[in-house]
Design a protein around this ligand. Structure first.
Ligand code: ADP
Length: 579
């Protein structure tokens, strides 16, 4: 049976109250019974004995007959009203007769004896009654003891039962609820409480279970939502044409889309969940792709690697690898944490093809240009020959300007041809141990006229005892000529260009420093790109010199770079390997 805690408490306290009432009543009843018994004895018997004693005394009081008669009459009257025992009436009546005689003669000894006999009989009867009633009172007392004992014991048992059961009947469910709430807090939403219990706790259990069920539903629904979103993102990544591979911070492969699996010729099972190091053992292409990750994740993104040549789409294709370092701030934290890498390959084959077509075109055009330009130059020389005929001043100045234009045209055409060589990977290098001083001298000689024209001084500082460098002297001389020529071109008149050569660790560094206008910071990263010229550069040029220089130097295993203080000048440097 389910009862409410309120009822339970009311009942518990009520029963206790009732028990107290019953105990008090039992006590009162017992005391009442005993009092009645005693009163009975006192009123019914003890008084009779007293009356008899007084009558006896009156009979004995021979000296005062009147008083004796009066006392006798009073006590007899009282005794007549207090006849309680069987046979007492007869003796009282006899005593009444005795009194009639006594009134006439108070000193008759026979009468006195008679009276005493009757008095004794009455006293005897009452004494016997006292004895009997005292036994009854004893019995009543003992019954009362039993009653009070029983009621007391019963109260004690019930009180004890309530004491043991009532607190735990309230505390136990509370304890159970506490445990259950903790379970929910631990996300154990499957936890349920037995609902078959007292009214209030039953209600509470029902509410708790319904809450847990709703939480469970919510969790499973948000989980399925998340799973759906995950699937959607996976499908999106899979449908992308670019091969994509994801790794976590421990270099375990998390996913690889269909395009990635296709070019690697692998199945998802061969990759996903595998440590990168292990997966690359059987696949060379994968090793190339994950090279940066295997070496050290910290070096990623330092330099843009060369395009990867991969056989895909039934032809030789080119891919550019991009590594995106993924960082994320964990929930509740503000600092970002590295959580892995995403490797994206971009198919640049169409661009490569276009680029090759462009290179071919430029190569053909510039090659075709070279012969007519050379013949123009030759014709110009012939024109200037006095043996052919004298030119007037105006004609001479025209020929001079045609000659300058032809020279420029030839220079551009040569630069373009050089570039096509670089682009088609046809640079022919002859790397030999050479003295850097020789190369620098060659470059200085080539720019001497240009420097003189602008009155730019060249300050040369070549450390003595420099080791030989491993370089293609012709290409390196071309590069240094270009750098010095630029320095002169972008210097102010009468300025000085500083050319240094010194050892830097296991390399040799040639520096060309000018104090011209410098290069604005936003353009510094671009000046080695093909056809790039700083906007507003007035001097003529192609924007190819530095791009070709970079290709030439890097093809030899060296490096080229610059620093510039905008407004104060630029410093270009070339590092070459020592022999
Ligand atoms: P260009 O034929 O235009 O000189 P380069 O590739 O040699 O082509 O140079 C690219 C651009 O870089 C130049 O147009 C110029 O704007 C800038 N530049 C190169 N060298 C210097 C320098 N020493 N001082 C200032 N700007 C320079």
């Amino acid at each position: 049976m389910k009862i409410s805690i309120k009822k339970k408490l009311t009942l518990g306290v009520g029963i206790q109250f009732l028990l107290i009432l019953v105990s008090v009543a039992a006590g009162l009843v017992s005391v009442g019974l005993l009092t009645t018994d005693t009163e009975n004895i006192l009123r019914a018997n003890y008084n009779s004995i007293e009356y008899c004693r007084h009558i006896g005394e009156a009979v004995d009081d021979v000296d005062h007959p009147a008083a004796a008669i009066q006392a006798f009459a009073d006590n007899l009257e009282q005794q007549r009203l207090n006849v309680t025992e069987e046979g007492e009436q007869a003796y009282t009546d006899a005593l009444a007769q005795n009194f009639s005689a006594f009134k006439a003669n108070t000193i008759d000894p026979t009468l006195a004896l008679q009276i005493r006999k009757n008095l004794n009989a009455i006293t005897g009867l009452n004494m016997a009654a006292i004895q009997r009633k005292s036994n009854v009172a004893k019995q009543t007392a003992s019954n009362s003891n039993i009653l009070i004992g029983t009621v007391g014991t019963l109260s004690l048992v019930i009180a004890l039962t309530l004491l043991i059961n009532l607190p735990s009947s309230i505390a136990d469910p509370i304890k159970e609820f506490t445990v259950s709430i903790k379970e929910i807090a631990k996300k154990n939403y499957a936890w349920r409480i037995d609902e078959d219990r007292d009214e209030e706790f039953g209600e509470m259990a029902k509410s708790f279970n319904s809450m847990a069920a709703k939480l469970q539903d919510y969790e499973s629904s948000s989980l399925s939502k998340m799973l759906f979103e995950k699937k959607r993102i996976e499908a999106l990544i899979n449908k992308m044409h670019n091969p994509i591979i994801g790794l976590n911070e421990e270099q375990v492969i998390l996913f690889a889309n269909d395009a990635a699996l296709k070019i690697l010729n692998l199945r998802a099972g061969d990759l996903v969940g595998k440590q990168a190091q292990e997966a690359t053992k059987t696949n060379d292409l994968l090793r190339t792709l994950l090279q940066g990750q295997l070496a050290s994740s910290a070096t990623i993104g330092a330099a843009k690697p060369a395009a990867l040549k991969i056989y895909a789409d039934n032809k030789e294709s080119f891919f550019e690898k991009e590594v995106v370092q993924v960082t994320m701030a964990p929930a509740g934290e503000s600092t970002e944490k590295y959580i892995g890498d995403v490797i994206i390959l971009q198919n640049i084959t169409p661009f490569k093809e276009l680029d090759a077509a462009k290179t071919n075109f430029i190569a053909t055009v510039s090659h075709e240009f070279k012969t007519p330009i050379s013949s123009i130059k030759m014709s110009l020389q012939l024109l200037q020959n006095e043996r052919i005929g004298l030119l007037n001043e105006e004609q001479q100045s025209l020929v001079q300007s045609i000659q300058e234009d032809a020279a420029r045209l030839l220079k551009i055409t040569t630069a373009l041809l050089d570039l096509t060589q670089v682009e088609s990977g046809q640079i022919k290098l002859s790397i030999l141990p050479v003295e850097i001083a020789e190369i620098v001298q060659y470059a200085l000689a080539a720019t001497k006229v240009q420097a003189e024209q602008k009155d730019v001084g060249i300050a040369l500082a070549i450390d003595p005892h420099l080791p030989l460098v491993l370089a293609d002297s012709e290409k390196t001389a071309w590069v240094l000529t270009n750098l010095i020529s630029n320095a002169i071109r972008y210097s102010y008149e009468h300025a000085t260009v500083f050319v240094d050569a010194k050892r830097e660790g296991d390399r040799l560094r040639v520096t060309v420093r000018d104090s011209g206008q410098g290069i604005a910071p936003q353009y510094q990263g671009k000046i080695f790109e093909r056809y790039f010229r700083v906007p507003g550069t007035a001097k003529e040029g192609t924007g190819l010199g530095l791009a070709i220089s970079k290709e030439f130097i890097e093809a030899q295993g060296g490096s080229i770079g610059m620093t510039s203080d905008f407004g104060a000048g630029s410093t270009f440097w070339v590092d070459l390997e020592t022999a």
